[in-house]
Design a binder for this molecule. Sequence first.
Ligand code: SAM
Length: 274
Amino acid sequence: MALKIFKTAKKLIFTSREGLRSASDNGGYVAFVEQALADPAVFAQFKQSPVYQQILEHTSETQARQYLEIIAAQTPQFQTLWDKFGINDLVGGANVLRFSEYCRLSPSTLRYVKVASDLVHLFGDSLRGAHVAEIGVGYGGQRLVLDQLFPFKSYDMFDLPAVLGLVSKYLESHLLQSCYQTKTLNSHDGAKAYDLVISNYAFSELPTVVQRAYMEKVLKQSARGYMTMNSGTPDSLYAAERMSLDEIRSIIPNTRVLAENPLSYPGNYLLVWG
Ligand SMILES: C[S@@+](CC[C@H](N)C(=O)[O-])C[C@H]1O[C@@H](n2cnc3c(N)ncnc32)[C@H](O)[C@@H]1O
């Protein structure tokens, strides 16, 4: 029934000119985001849109169960926090599943909780009061999940202008414990030092020239990093026209390559530093 509200967009909308577009800047995605911004009925169900689910909100139930196992082993303290993490399923028509008596969440929210679990495991309490940047933020789900755990000092969210409109609409539907700011790469002067940069399936999907700009303005300015990568090696989904892993490591030498667990696509890996 909900699907009736999703009208096929009449035209494709690209944010950047050819050569500067990420894999997700494919015309249909931004056109849909603009529909969700213009029509409250579409916003109320945006997570159910097939066009949107090509880019985000496509985590499977099987993957979700694998995330749950890792979260339980890595951060058992999260077992009392399912209600809090459920905040990310209140708006946008999330596909909520029942995993146990206490854990009723969407698979995509569980993916964001797994990233939060990794951050606690890797960096622990050093993230309290941190200055954080996230590149390629979707609708802000990772931000909302992290807000249940860390009182960050600042959280700069980098994405395309229309997508940042959706982020503001989504996050302003809630009451956050700390704060956020939305930014485009061009609007940022690169002077700020960060304690952590996060970028999952996002920095790695940008063309090389845009990656190098983010590298200069954000990645190099961050003491720690956590990025899920689907480019950079010959085995990657995006094997061409992206910075190579060797080039990234020549600029940020203390990076570690970790397995993406569970592997969401062959050739993916985590890049972590700090
Ligand atoms: C596959 S989604 C991943 C979203 C989110 N990190 C997650 O894990 O759910 C890729 C994200 O990159 C964003 N993106 C596309 N072009 C971008 C750009 N030039 N700068 C920053 N983000 C961009 C998209 O709008 C989208 O939010």
